[in-house]
Design a protein. Structure first.
Ligand code: NAD
Length: 503
């Protein structure tokens, strides 16, 4: 496979049928990392046709569940074998640190194992009591068909795996389209699926742009389901494109996630240190390019000044640099576009009256931080104090290293602020009062709520959002259910006439 043969259709690696190519850039210095095939509508149609044939006539949907689970476990083993290589690829492609890349590989290994176990446990269907000894009634679960899987650039391997593992476990075939900005780890994952023994045509990959490749997948009449992770604007287009053919649609979209800190969480030095430390982590890991980033700090008025001063002091000390270098804590933003977007949000916030506590610029090498690079798509971790709901930076997902600070005086006010978003992906509450923490968690309208923590997730627990954060869930039993159709088989063991009609 040469560098540009990144399209995989019916078991064959090849370039784009048009011959078009795209450069993949290193976000740490904007140099060209490699070149990939730039697929188009023709490549997409060929991939869908291969997936359709493999679903309608191929062995995979009819392969016993235990064998499908074995394949998933082999993929998990291969991911661990290639752990360092994949982590390096992910770090170079996205800019995240090597250690984050390793964590991603371990997480997706667990996801493949989880879905292997789950599908075996849930095989065999569910017998339903029809209320008569003459009826045998059972609900069985079948694959949906051809799945279109469209993924973003921030967690390319992870998002691909959260879709591929349950799709394959359920017996589907698929075409995946990774982000055109970060396609490399998905290419590696497809190679592992082939190596693990997946039949030709089951797993197809088209590298290329959202339009035409993603758009074609979303409206293709031979696609049965589209599972999309990405931004709100593209997600609504996907939903609209999928509507005429009534595809099943799963959307994992953005978030504007509140991190609510009560003063009692900061009453002890340890409590204060933990809450500040985790607020930093919530907002700035992967330079804030995380759908569940805790980008809105909602802190009790009485501790605001102490909390924000310490947060800004520590944010200024975050070591930026190339993700593959040791000692680096934060990599660059993924693209020039993301950098410009971040700068524009900070500018608009300042114009609307926010107070800059730290950051607010691209880094310059300084005496205190000589290692900070000035090239690449770097932006300093930024804390904006004195923010309020009317500001764009508070309402919209910035997807950059920007933390806004709002304050509250009462529990009701904290809840109202935390729920005051069109999104509803994730949020956290920090309190030493367990009853209060649980009460507030119960009132938050978000798909994941952390109490005295931020960011952990489990493959066994559903992930997804309320409101405009999406439709459906990934991971957990619901993450498998997305890829299955339920079929009720009602068997009459003693058929007789019903005599509804007299004649
Ligand atoms: P994006 O919407 O720009 O792109 C996502 C994918 O959709 C890419 O592969 C892109 O090529 C494709 N695409 C673009 N236009 C399309 C169209 N018209 N039809 C079909 N496909 C199209 O998003 P992004 O900038 O790559 O990713 C960042 C976004 O992803 C953020 O909003 C983030 O919150 C979200 N995200 C959500 C989750 C979650 O679990 N909810 C996880 C990661 C990222």
């Amino acid at each position: 496979m040469s560098a540009v043969e990144t399209i995989h259709v019916d078991g064959v690696w090849r370039g784009a049928s048009s011959g078009a190519q795209r450069e993949v850039l290193d976000p740490a210095d904007a140099t060209v990392l490699t070149v990939v095939a730039e697929g188009g509508a023709e490549d997409t149609d060929a991939a869908v046709a291969a997936a359709r044939r493999a679903f309608d006539a191929g062995p995979w949907p009819r392969t016993p569940v235990a064998e499908r689970a074995d394949l998933l476990r082999r993929v998990a083993g291969l991911l661990q074998r290639d752990r360092e290589a994949i982590a390096l690829t992910e770090s170079r492609d996205t800019g995240k640190t090597l250690e984050e890349g390793r964590i991603d590989v371990d997480d997706v290994t667990n996801a493949f194992r989880y879905f292997a176990d789950l599908v075996v446990n849930e095989a065999g269907g569910r017998v339903v009591d029809a209320g008569s000894p003459d009826v045998h009634s059972v609900v069985v679960y079948e694959p949906v068909g051809v799945c279109a899987l469209i993924t973003p650039w921030n967690y390319p391997l992870l998002q691909a795996s959260w879709k591929i593992a349950p799709a394959l476990a359920a017996g589907n075939t698929f075409v995946i389209k990774p982000s055109e900005i970060t396609p490399l780890s998905t290419v590696h994952l497809l190679r592992l699926l082939v190596e693990a023994g997946l039949p030709a045509g089951v797993a197809n990959l088209v590298t290329g742009a959202g339009d035409p490749v993603g758009a074609r997948l979303a409206d293709h009449p031979d696609v049965d389901l589209v599972s999309f992770t990405g931004g709100l604007a593209s997600g609504t287009k996907v939903m609209a494109a999928a509507a005429p053919s009534v595809k099943k649609v799963a959307l994992e979209l953005g978030g504007k996630n509140p991190n609510v800190v009560f003063a009692d969480a900061c009453a002890t030095p340890e409590g204060f240190d933990t809450a500040v430390d985790q607020a930093l982590n919530a907002a700035f890991i992967h330079s804030g390019q995380v759908c569940s980033a805790g980008s809105r700090l909602i802190v009790e008025e009485s501790v605001r000044e102490r909390f924000v001063a310490e947060l800004a002091r520590r944010a200024e000390r975050i070591t930026l640099g190339r993700g593959t270098e040791s000692g680096v804590e934060c990599g660059p933003l993924v693209s020039a576009q993301q950098l410009a977007k971040t700068a524009a949000y900070v500018e608009s916030a300042l114009a609307e009256g926010a107070l800059l506590r730290c950051g607010g610029a691209r880094p310059e090498p300084s005496e205190a931080n000589p290692e900070r690079p000035a090239s690449g798509y770097f932006y300093l971790p930024t804390v904006l104090d004195g923010c309020h709901r009317e500001m764009r930076v508070v309402r919209e997902e910035t997807f950059g290293p920007i933390l806004t600070v709002e304050t509250f005086r009462t529990e009701d006010e904290a809840v109202a602020l935390a729920n005051d978003t069109e999104y509803g992906l994730a949020g956290a509450v920090w309190s030493a009062d367990t009853a209060r923490a649980r009460r507030v968690a119960g009132r938050l309208r978000h798909g994941t709520v952390w109490i005295n923590d931020y960011h952990p997730y489990l493959p066994q627990a559903e992930w997804g959002g309320f409101g405009k954060s999406g439709v459906g869930r990934e991971l957990g039993p619901s993450g498998l259910a997305e890829y299955r159709e339920a079929k009720h088989v009602y068997e009459n063991l003693r058929p007789r006439p019903v005599r509804w009609f007299a004649g």
